[in-house]
Write a protein that binds this ligand. Structure first.
Ligand SMILES: Cc1ncc(COP(=O)(O)O)c(C=O)c1O
Length: 439
């Protein structure tokens, strides 16, 4: 008898490195806000690949743009120029709305790596700030600065730099020694940030305007203003990691503008990935055209500091991914998806709050980046070691709704930006039913 081909779960067990705690779900195709598994079961996808498929699955315009580019030119090299990379850079600078330049890469972790390297270059080559008074003493900045301040509870990716920057011990465990130079402060804690920048080695602050992996925690407007003010006063760089929250998810191209309600603050660098090309792998950073005085006596701008030979990646900004990125921006504009994210986001927040389950402790969110936090008592009713977020996410799977766990107790809703009111109402009904069953 001939050997039967292995099932998907068996292929994974045998041949795929088990870095992820994967669910026992084998997905095969998607359309709009829906995906189907190998058995033909349909799910409403409120995870969108963890905030990635921003215009939904298999959007006909995105598919056509990628297909057409595939037939024209997939890859060149960054030894050459392609119009698509230049055009996408122009559009992304337009999304920030302030003069700057773009570096293209392949993922969120890699986008943040570019920011760490930019901070190092700035700390090594820019003129250090003048001595300042701190606790009654005159403190001189070292001739080269490399200290980065990041937030407790943050997530910045899985590279060695990313785990050093991330403010969660669990990602560092087993990978010691951790890259030095990163200091974590409690998120939204103004005095703690003020105290941390007193270290004269500090060169940059990196924060997520909305922390994603810890259960959707927005920065307060005061914290963002305070960070900008401290950076201005101490000649530090302010970086926003908008890998998860950026490019439309909050109903604005820039999540920090959704929080502030204005564009009063401009960071010095922004990292993006996830939704940027609708699921085609891409990362990017925006770097501000801010004047920089170099120790050499020359003047430059921050966006030119990473000069030829200083940084790069083979696949960064290839014609194929840039065609996808450009089409995603056009779709978001043509279909009014920033406005849709605001309207449906408000509806989703309200709908989750109205469920009124004793198992929901809190609902948080901005635009279509939402989470509900489960009450403590659920954990006491589950077998030891079973995380409440995983338990609820799996119960939602059984009812045909995909969501994303976030830490032990939060469940995220991150639907595509073109989600409809009726899909939100369907997701709410399923969530209410599952929670009623768990209660
Ligand atoms: C805020 C944030 N930064 C960085 C990353 C890392 O992105 P990637 O997985 O594309 O490397 C993530 C991924 O979840 C993220 O949420």
């Amino acid at each position: 008898m001939e050997d039967q081909p292995l099932q998907t779960r068996e292929l994974f067990k045998e041949f795929v490195v088990p870095t992820y705690g994967r669910f026992d779900v084998q997905l095969e195709r998607g359309e709009g806000a829906h995906v189907w598994d190998e058995s033909g079961k349909r799910y409403l996808d409120f995870g969108a690949g963890i905030a990635v498929t921003s215009v939904g699955h298999s959007h006909p315009r995105l598919a056509a743009a990628v297909f057409a580019q595939m037939q024209r030119l997939v890859h060149t090299s960054n030894l050459y120029q392609t119009r698509l990379q230049g055009q996408l850079a122009e559009r992304l600078v337009g999304c920030v709305g302030a003069p700057g330049k773009i570096f293209f890469c392949n993922s969120g972790a890699e986008a943040n790596e570019a920011l760490y390297k930019l901070a190092r270059k700035f700390g090594n080559e820019a003129l250090p700030p003048p001595p300042r008074h701190s606790a009654g003493m005159l403190v001189e900045a070292p001739i080269s600065r490399h200290g980065m301040i990041t937030m407790e509870g943050s997530f910045h990716g899985r590279t060695l730099g990313g785990i050093a920057a991330t403010g969660q011990d669990k990602v560092k465990k087993g990978f010691e020694p951790i890259l030095p130079g990163f200091q974590h402060v409690p998120f939204n804690d103004l005095p703690a940030l003020l105290a941390a920048v007193q270290d004269p080695n500090t060169v940059a602050i990196l924060l997520e305007p909305i922390q994603g992996e810890i259960g959707i925690r927005p920065a307060t407007p005061e914290f963002l203003r305070h960070a900008r003010d401290l950076c201005d006063r101490h000649q530090l760089l302010l970086f926003f990691d908008e890998v998860q929250c950026g490019l439309g998810r909050t109903g604005d191209w820039c999540a920090w503008k959704s929080i502030l309600g204005t564009d009063e603050i401009l960071p010095d660098g922004v990292s993006w990935a996830k939704g940027i090309a609708g699921g085609v792998p891409m990362g990017a950073v925006w770097i501000r055209n801010r004047p920089v005085q170099l120790k050499s006596g020359k003047e430059t701008v921050l966006s030119d500091l990473l000069g030829p030979g200083s940084h790069g990646t083979t696949f960064g900004g290839t014609p194929l991914v840039c065609a996808a990125g450009l089409e995603v921006i056009r779709i978001i504009e043509d279909e009014g998806l920033l406005e849709n994210a605001q309207i449906q986001g408000a509806l989703a927040l309200d709908s989750l709050r109205r469920i009124g389950s004793p198992l929901i402790r809190e609902v948080r969110g901005v635009g279509l980046m939402l989470a509900f936090e489960l009450a403590g008592d659920l954990a006491t009713r589950l077998p030891e070691g079973r995380l409440p977020s995983i338990h609820v996410v799996e119960a939602l799977h059984a009812e045909g709704l995909l969501t994303v766990p976030s830490g032990p107790r939060a469940v995220r809703w991150l639907p595509p930006l073109n989600v409809t009111a009726s899909q939100i109402s369907e997701a709410t009904e399923i969530t209410a039913k599952v929670l009623a069953h768990c209660a």
